[in-house]
Ligand binder design. Structure first.
Ligand SMILES: [Zn+2]
Length: 518
């Protein structure tokens, strides 16, 4: 049975107002199973603060609160390990996992990051606290994640890959790290007096790891704030333990990658991040048929229209992506065999999520593209080949970097052949200086073509009107290079699915020892 849950931002000691708000809500929408308060429960007014333990208020919903986030509030907590403050109001404790009779799993972390301040106070947590919390969680057999995660402080970097938070906010990397470990379905925070509802993010690497449920982060403003910002959030939920795996791991269309960087967050304490060895390649043409229904949680407003991952042929989350062409999957990019490639090893480096071009991809994605480029260059060199990379940001909505290995003997004539080809086409090829990138040369919306030669020289130009989308292939198929004009059209190079599978299996096997993500 679904549970009806309420979450409230910083109450700041407004207990009477909260009590009457709950009465109104219950009258209007019926009973709620629980109310969780994040941020400061106590406020400035000493008398009001003390009124709670004198049982002066009645709360219509079973209420659970977090510990102090300020030094001056520590004194209002009689037992920092957790206790009942008054009828229907329970302080959960400093950190832990709470599982009520309802089976709802609620992880909570009270206080704020100690950061550099020393010594620590009762309203703070530090890296050791987080580590021991993580150990207690991960030692549980078959830990799948928690339903709800409550923190007063926001996680650091939460708006990465999503709509930016309008104002500067105070976030903790330790909270981000804990969120990665706990895999909450909902993560709520307070303190910053802002309402921010992030697009859901995924808790697994697509294809490289088993599918998990997504996390929705929601920050709430202060109770009854003057800006009229949202401070209450109501939702209903089936506890994780009662759900079947398929239902649970359904990915809404707007799902983004996780905003927190596992490698960085877990490196800080020398903890070892296990690389994932296992791959879940699908060999069927259509792949996983499970579709997301795109439903949104109640009260969630998505301000930005995102491209549906279900309709883009290059978004790896699209179940229709031809997964038998996938050679390798990284954290943010993947490598796939080109359909109708110029040769058996013609591949594509593609961002996992929907990014239009290298001029609009986040720096982390660009870095990973570099990592792939480097390992591919080494791989082909080992096999007596040189590589040409090219990208066309024109009539394409999802970035693809073409990777074309060529016989090593081409290396010395490539530059001249390419320059001449462009000149013949009346195209002014510009050299991209070393250590600079395209986004410095072009506006994000500029359509362009860019090519990188084996000696790492890079050339680009803004594409003119009526540009031929096969330009890159034409360049390499010309008489002085491949001399195979029939290969300009990819359709002439298309292989049967069986052949594609064979080619892909072959290159996957050979590339293995060079694959940075293997
Ligand atoms: Zn896409």
């Amino acid at each position: 049975m679904k549970l009806k849950i309420l979450i409230c931002g910083d109450v700041n000691g407004q207990f009477s107002a909260l009590s009457s708000k709950l009465n109104t809500l219950v009258k209007k929408s019926g009973p709620f199973d629980m109310l969780f308060c994040v941020g400061n429960f106590f406020g400035e007014d000493e008398e009001e603060n003390l009124s709670i333990e004198k049982n002066k208020h009645s709360f219509a919903v079973a209420t659970y609160i977090l510990g102090p986030s300020k030094k001056e509030h520590v004194k209002y907590y009689k037992d920092l390990m957790g206790y009942q403050l008054c009828e229907n109001v329970t302080y959960l404790g400093r950190r832990g996992l709470f599982r009520g009779v309802s089976n709802l799993s609620v992880a909570f972390l009270s206080g704020v990051d100690q950061e550099a301040s020393n010594p620590s106070s009762h309203h703070q947590f530090n890296a050791d606290d987080i580590k021991s919390f993580e150990e207690s969680i991960t030692s549980q057999e078959n830990f799948k994640g928690v339903d709800v995660f409550l923190t007063s402080q926001w996680p650091h970097d939460v708006d990465k890959y999503a709509i930016s938070v309008n104002e500067a906010y105070d976030g903790s990397s330790l909270v981000s790290r804990l969120a990665l470990t706990l895999k909450p379905r909902y993560h709520f925070s307070g303190l910053n007096n802002m309402n921010y509802e992030r697009l859901p993010y995924r808790n697994h690497r697509i294809l490289a790891e088993k599918s998990h449920h997504v996390t929705r982060f929601i920050a709430l403003a202060h109770f009854n704030n003057t800006h009229k910002r949202k401070f209450l959030y109501a939702f209903s939920i089936d506890p994780i333990v009662t759900m079947d795996a398929a239902e649970l791991s359904r990915q809404p269309d707007e799902t983004t990658e996780a905003p927190y960087n596992k490698q960085v967050l877990f490196k800080q304490d020398g903890a070892k991040v296990e690389p994932t060895q296992q791959f879940f390649y699908s060999t069927s043409k259509t792949g996983d048929k499970r579709r997301s229904d795109g439903t949104r949680p109640p009260g969630t407003n998505f301000k930005k229209q995102m491209i549906s991952q279900d309709i883009c042929w290059f978004c790896l989350a699209n179940p229709k992506v031809e997964k038998h062409l996938v050679i390798s999957v990284g954290e943010l990019c993947y490598l796939a065999l080109a359909k109708g490639g110029l040769n058996d090893e013609h591949s594509l480096i593609i961002p996992i999520n929907h990014h239009a071009s290298s001029t609009t991809s986040p720096p982390e994605v660009i870095n990973e593209i570099q990592v792939y480029k480097k390992s591919l260059t080494n791989f082909f060199k080992f096999n007596g080949k040189c590589v040409v990379f090219f990208e066309r940001n024109y009539k394409t909505s999802h970035m693809q970097l073409q990777v074309v290995p060529l016989p090593e003997r081409f290396e010395s004539r490539l530059k001249e052949a390419c320059l001449k080809f462009c000149k013949d086409q009346d195209i002014d090829l510009l050299e991209l200086p070393a250590h600079s990138d395209l986004s410095q040369m072009l506006s994000p919306t500029s359509p362009y073509f860019c090519i990188e030669l084996p000696d790492h020289q890079r050339f680009f130009f803004r594409v003119p009107k009526g540009f031929n989308i096969n330009f890159g292939r034409m360049m390499l198929c010309q008489v002085s290079l491949l001399n195979q004009p029939e290969k300009i059209d990819w359709k002439n190079c298309q292989m049967s699915e069986d052949m594609e599978k064979k080619s892909c299996a072959k290159i996957r096997e050979q590339f293995k020892t060079f694959d940075p993500f293997n």
